[in-house]
Design a protein around this ligand. Structure first.
Ligand SMILES: Cc1cc2nc3c(=O)[nH]c(=O)nc-3n(C[C@H](O)[C@H](O)[C@H](O)COP(=O)(O)O)c2cc1C
Length: 208
C-alpha cells in the first residue's frame, strides 16, 4: 500500500515538508509506503472551466505543467495527503490551481481513497485552509482522515515546526490513522464489501 503526499508549498523542504515528513513517518511505521511529491516553483495554469476534461479525464494543459502526471500519481496511490502553507487564510495559489484542474478532470478516479490534509502557518487561518482542502475530498467521495487535532503546524522554518510538539504529533498520528484506514478498507474489500454507486448520476444546476 502506498500513500502520495503532495507538498504544495513553493518551498521544497521547509515547514509544510517538515509536517509531511511526520505524516510519512506515521504511515511508514505502520506499514504503508509514503512518497512526498513537491509541486515545485514553476507557474501552474489555472483551470479554464473549458470542460474538455469531461470526455478525456485529462487536463488540456496537463502535460505542460505536470498536472496530468499528478492525476495519474494520485489515481495510482491508495491514499492522498495534501500539505499546504496558509496564504491569506487559504491554501497557496499554485496548489489551488493544480488541485482545481486535477479534481475537475479526474476526481472520479480518486473516489474512496482516504484523504488527509495538513497545513502550516505562522499564526492563523489554518482551519479555513484545512476546510478548503477537505472540500476536494468530500465532493470526490473520499473519506477524510482525522487525527488528535486538526492537522496544523506553526512556524516559518523547519526548526520552528519541530518545536510545535503537538503539531508534530498530530501530523504523525494523521499518517498512522491513514495506514489504519487503508488496512480496514483492504480487509473490507477482502470480505466482499465494495462501495455502491447510483446507476445514473443526476446533475442539476441549482433547482433546474
Ligand atoms: C503570501 C503569504 C501569505 C501568508 N499568509 C499567512 C496567513 O494568512 N496566516 C499565517 O499564519 N501565515 C501566513 N503566511 C506564513 C506561512 O503560512 C508560514 O510561514 C508557513 O509555515 C510557510 O510554509 P512553507 O515553509 O512550507 O512554505 C503567509 C506567507 C506568505 C508568503
Amino acid at each position: 500500500m502506498k500513500a502520495l503526499l503532495i507538498n504544495g508549498s513553493p518551498n521544497e523542504r521547509r515547514c509544510t515538508f517538515t509536517a509531511l515528513e511526520q505524516v510519512a513517518k506515521g504511515l511508514e511505521e505502520n506499514g504503508v509506503e509514503a512518497e512526498i511529491r513537491w509541486l515545485g516553483r514553476e507557474a501552474v495554469r489555472p483551470c479554464l472551466g473549458c470542460g474538455a476534461c469531461g470526455e478525456t479525464q485529462r487536463c488540456v494543459f496537463g502535460d505542460e505543467d505536470g498536472v496530468n502526471d499528478l492525476i495519474d500519481s494520485i489515481a495510482a496511490a491508495d491514499a492522498l495527503v495534501i500539505g499546504s502553507p496558509v496564504y491569506y487564510a487559504g491554501i497557496n495559489g499554485s496548489l489551488k490551481a493544480a488541485l482545481d484542474r486535477a479534481f475537475f478532470a479526474a476526481g472520479s478516479r480518486f473516489a474512496f481513497k482516504p484523504g488527509g490534509t495538513v497545513v502550516s502557518a505562522r499564526r492563523a487561518g489554518t482551519t479555513a485552509a484545512l476546510e478548503q482542502l477537505n472540500k476536494y475530498f468530500t465532493i470526490s467521495q473520499m473519506p477524510i482522515v482525522g487525527s488528535l487535532y486538526w492537522p496544523m503546524v506553526h512556524g516559518t522554518s523547519a526548526d520552528e515546526v519541530l518545536q510545535d510538539a503537538e503539531g508534530v504529533l498530530v501530523a504523525y498520528q494523521l499518517g498512522a490513522n491513514t495506514a489504519w484506514l487503508l488496512k480496514c478498507i483492504a480487509a473490507g474489500r477482502e470480505a466482499g464489501f465494495e462501495p455502491t454507486q447510483p446507476e445514473q448520476r443526476a446533475r442539476t444546476n441549482f433547482i433546474r
